[in-house]
Design a binder for this molecule. Sequence first.
Ligand code: KIV
Ligand code: ZN
Length: 385
Amino acid sequence: MRKIEIFDTTLRDGEQSPGVNLSQEEKLEIARQLRRLGVDVIEAGFAAASPGDFQAVKRIADEVRGVTICSLARSLPNDIESAYEAIKGAEHARIHVFLATSDIHMRYKLRMTPDQVIEQIDQAVRYAKKFVDNVQFSAEDAGRTDLEFLAKVAETAIRAGAVVFNVPDTVGYMTPAEYAARFQYLREHVPNIDKVKLSCHCHDDLGMAVANTLAAIQGGCDQVEVAVNGIGERAGNAALEEVVMALATRADAYQAETSIEFAQIARTSRLVSKLTGMVVPPNKAIVGANAFAHESGIHQDGVLKEKTTYEIIRPETVGFQESRLVLGKHSGRHAFQEKLAELGYELDTEALSAVFQKFKELCDKKKTVTDEDILSLLDDQSVAH
Ligand code: KIV
Ligand code: ZN
């Protein structure tokens, strides 16, 4: 099994979600929970972005031990100095320097030539190395960067001392096969590539962030940048819980593992949702309210007989209670009988048929049938306890 490092960017890219603004205390609470969750790196923020961000990164670096704390920095001396000042108290500190490398970004945003970009990367990484050994370089918009140029960027960053080279799909443009091929290309064409960890960072603009992250792992990447509940700039980042549970559930396919404590996933998801105000959609994989709920009669019957018929992960594994059987018009007798037993009723076949009939009629009128509804059906039928 290959070890895949989990670089959590909930507090940096995740906080870039429109409308999210976490206080220092809230960031610290999330960082402590991320530590419990077992991530390898916490990207605590962007120290140069504002005095509040600086303080938050500094408090996390000073107070959360046993995990690498990282600050983002543009490839500018002032940013790098702020990042260092904020993280220097950390037990393990990383500076994460970035610069855009795609033609579109170099021409329209940076207004720099490729040679100037290479020069600035070299200087920025060398400058960051004066402060810490653990320097990560990200080639922003690497997904749309000319591949030969990307290899030159990687070579430059490695020669200047970067220990992690990140290949972000900044605008969520890649297909999984293309993204995997980028990693394979870098592994085959960049001198000394084995001296660095390769990292992926995927956005979900086309709904492929998790698929691309998993493809990057198959292409040879060592670190995945993810956010809890998939929050982040625009459509968000790859969801930590989805990547981690895909690796765990399909270890046969990926041959890779993480150090995440699965049982902490539900609690982390709830905390991030509560503090960011970003509601988790009910149908969200792994952490949505319906992720372990079964509605149809056929499914409920299957799960009651043997959970693995319709559950590839046990809810308890990721920190939830038992799976839920949701009673509705698709439910069958088996699930209904189970619910009656849960409520303390055991009916003979005739009584069960009569109440089940009433239940089905009610389902056509009401979207959700509650325990109280079922109890009143039993009362109406004068069923003995
Ligand atoms: O999406 C992106 O390119 C980023 C970088 C700063 C890593 O967030
Ligand atoms: Zn990003």
